[in-house]
Design a protein around this ligand. Structure first.
Ligand SMILES: [Zn+2]
Length: 317
């Protein structure tokens, strides 16, 4: 496996080869197969997106037969359960998903061009998913699964009390977990010096963001001067010397900085995915042909390495 073989687009022939020789439906996690007949499945047959929708499979063997026969460009299953997936009727709950795509991380430190991914930004995607995990766990959610999507990571929460929640609830939860709003504490009760609850979440993300900003790059909604003002004080931020940071920057500028940083936090994952109650997600076990990586259910997120655990044979050979 050489560097230039990695993360390249697969040919039609390689996709067919993958599904004929290597594909195993037993790599689909149990949480999908156990109620397979209640999920919607979708396929991208010609490389133009998942246009073949509303498929239902009563048993795993029928799904396997279809995938092997079609050798699709991509395959997906719904986060929701339905009484009738072919009509998406009788909605009966949906997993909540955090979707971090390496190509969309606003503060990635690599030199990837738009739409590209590399080992460095894939590693950063994992760091972000782990920080999200920490915040989710602090809220008490426990039933968490991870999937390597090919270009990033999905964190899927399946705690029963979350499955039936609506999009409004999920919007608030995602903003909370990502630190996507400036905490509403003013005066002496300054948010950075309250080391618990939402203030702590926001502060931790704030540090993460500052440490990944590049003074030569542009960030939407963040003026160059404001950005450089805070980058200059990175050391103070990392030492939690918030009083000094604040004292050195005019209050109006400081407010703008905290809001710009919150705006970056909001873009760390695809929030549309998190609040969509009928979303389809790439199916673990299948190929992400655009990067020649296997979408993979992860057993141990701490030790998972996509270049050991998610490379198909036609690349690894
Ligand atoms: Zn990169």
């Amino acid at each position: 496996m050489t560097e230039d073989q990695l993360l390249r687009m697969a040919t039609r022939e390689e996709i067919r080869q993958f599904y004929h020789e290597e594909y195993k439906t037993r790599e689909i996690p149990k949480y999908i197969t156990k109620n397979i007949h209640r999920r919607e499945f979708a396929f991208d047959r010609i490389g133009k997106g998942p246009r073949d929708r509303f498929n239902q499979f009563r048993e795993l063997k029928y799904l396997e037969r279809t995938i092997k026969a079609k050798a699709p460009f991509a395959a997906y299953s719904s986060v929701a359960l339905y009484d009738d997936p072919t009509k998406r009727s009788g909605w009966d709950g949906a997993e909540m998903v955090f979707d971090v795509d390496a190509k969309d991380i606003p503060i990635r430190t690599c030199n990837c061009k738009q739409g590209e991914v590399c080992p460095e930004c894939l590693e950063q995607a994992k760091e972000i998913i782990l920080l999200i995990r920490d915040n989710i766990q602090e809220l008490g959610y426990k039933n968490i699964h991870y999937v390597y999507s090919g270009r990033g990571y999905h964190l899927r929460i399946q705690d029963p009390e979350l499955l039936q929640t609506n999009s409004n609830f999920r919007t608030e939860l995602v903003n909370y977990v990502l630190g996507a709003e400036v905490p509403e504490l003013t005066g002496e009760l300054q948010h950075f010096i309250i080391p618990f609850g939402y203030s702590k979440i926001y502060t931790n993300w704030f540090k993460y963001t500052i440490n990944h900003l590049d003074k030569n790059k542009k960030y939407p909604g963040f003026s160059k001067n404001l950005k450089n003002d805070i980058i200059k004080r990175k050391e103070l931020v990392n030492k939690n010397q918030w009083g000094l940071v604040r004292g050195e920057i005019k209050p109006t500028r400081y407010d703008k900085i905290t809001r710009s940083i919150a705006g970056i936090h909001k873009e760390l994952c695809d929030t549309k995915v998190s609040i969509d109650l009928k979303r389809i997600l790439r199916l673990p076990s299948t190929l992400h042909y655009k990067v020649s990586m296997k979408c993979t259910a992860i057993k141990n997120i701490e030790t998972f390495d996509p270049f050991d655990d998610a490379v198909p044979n036609f690349i690894a050979k």
